[in-house]
Design a protein around this ligand. Structure first.
Ligand code: TTP
Ligand code: MG
Length: 404
């Protein structure tokens, strides 16, 4: 029996959450990403805004030129996270074989579920209905025998779509579509294939494998399988995060060391707080800087001992920062932790300063959980108050993706 894999993706997710909370925004061109005079790009555009050519990744300035009447919203990540959790909870009630891919996107294995819902199609109808009733959001759903075709189907069906590709029809479904529609084909691969005269997924599926491999390397073979509608990948249940990072783009590029440090401290605290919430410690700290010309550098340090304290993350980030000769104004700064482990306390406890730090962090977390992230500030981050207006979730940094 052919598998029935669903790909579910919410339409204009960030925007739709804003519209659900503020009905005045419904039916209008709306953009989440920031105000039009801000630097930065569109994160999400309503379908009304897309009619003017707006899309994710477009600079806000361009977006406001193309569609001056659009409502531009800064956005706030906690709202989207909450909506995402509710979305995933609804899906989990339909099938335990659930793989969240991003905040608004998941795969679900519905094989055999037709006996409960009458058909897989009906199951998808029910899923869409519950999301609409309970979250006031619209989901588009693709159903096929594997992930790739299901994803292409859901994307093609948007907005408010539902497309099922019958078993055996995968290849003919994909064949007429442009290669860019196939997951796994980015701009670079698209350019290479176009230069070879390959424009449709069908053409890709019948290209001689040896030629394909000589141009795309080993990935050529996998792409050709996908292009033929063959994809046996299983639904993978969510595994714990492998890394945690926070970053922000400055309103203006800066060389101000104090501002860099203050921001680094704030981002370290956010990383630390998330790390402790997950009950993990980290062995590896990474600092990231992007200069005004977009060159990006990262520096990494492995800790002698895993830690989950803000101070250790910040100290390590600062040490890495001090080693960098900042040659150009900085556009973006970020800090992340990786190599996450379950806490092993024994050694730490011999060190009373580590113990004190840990207690301090837990006390701060408790206050922040109760009164909001900015209820407590360290000396260094006080400076940020003048630059970013604080709110309950923390400082509003410049784009929603950055304040997470
Ligand atoms: P998408 O599902 O790619 O986009 P969307 O939900 O806004 O629109 P649709 O699915 O109908 O085409 O991404 C989900 C959310 O992720 C999106 O609402 C905002 C965020 N996002 C960004 O922050 N930056 C980006 O470049 C993209 C593509 C998405
Ligand atoms: Mg979406």
């Amino acid at each position: 029996m052919a598998r029935r894999i669903m790909h579910i993706d919410l339409d204009a997710f960030f925007v739709s959450v804003e519209q659900a909370l503020n009905p005045k925004l419904q039916g209008k061109p709306v953009v989440v990403g920031g105000r039009p005079d801000r630097r930065g790009v569109v994160a999400s555009a309503s379908y009304e805004a897309r009619a003017f050519g707006l899309h994710a990744g477009m600079p806000l300035v361009t977006a406001s030129r193309l569609c001056p009447q659009a409502v531009f919203i800064e956005g706030s990540f906690p709202k989207y996270r909450e909506a995402s959790q509710k979305f995933m909870a609804i899906l989990a009630e339909f099938s335990p074989y659930l793989e969240p891919v991003s905040l608004d996107e998941a795969y679900l294995d519905a094989t055999g579920f037709e006996s409960i819902y009458g058909s897989t199609h009906q199951m998808a109808v029910n899923i869409k209905q519950r999301i609409r009733d309970e979250l006031k959001l619209i989901a588009s759903i693709g159903i096929a025998s594997g992930k790739v075709v299901a994803k292409v189907a859901s994307e093609l069906s948007k907005p408010d779509g539902l497309v099922e590709v019958a078993a055996g029809d995968e290849r003919s479904f994909l064949a007429p579509l442009p290669i860019a529609k196939l997951p796994g084909i980015g701009k670079k691969t698209e350019r290479i294939l176009t230069s070879l005269g390959i424009h449709t997924i069908g053409e890709l599926s019948i290209m001689p494998l040896s030629a394909l491999k000589s141009h795309l390397g080993a990935s050529g073979e996998l792409l050709q399988r996908y292009a033929s509608g063959i994809d046996d990948r299983e639904i993978e249940p969510p595994s714990a995060a492998k890394s945690i990072s926070r970053e922000t783009t400055f309103g203006q590029d800066t060389r101000d060391r104090l501002l860099l440090k203050a921001t680094l401290r704030y981002l370290s605290e956010r990383v630390g707080s998330e790390l402790r919430q997950q009950g993990k410690q980290a062995r590896c700290v990474t600092l990231k800087l992007r200069y005004s010309d977009f060159t990006t550098i990262t520096r990494r340090h492995t800790l002698g001992q895993a830690s989950d304290t803000d101070q250790t993350i910040f100290d390590t980030g600062l040490k890495l920062l001090k080693r960098i000769q900042v040659k150009q104004p900085v556009r973006l700064i970020g800090i992340g932790v990786a190599s996450l482990v379950e806490p092993g306390r024994q050694l730490d406890m011999l060190d009373s300063s580590a113990q004190r730090r840990e207690r301090l962090n837990r006390a701060i977390d408790r206050i922040r959980n109760k009164y909001g992230f900015t209820a407590i500030q360290t000396g260094r981050t006080m400076r940020l108050k003048d630059i970013f207006p604080p709110d309950k979730g923390g400082y509003t940094l410049h784009t929603p993706s950055l304040s997470r």
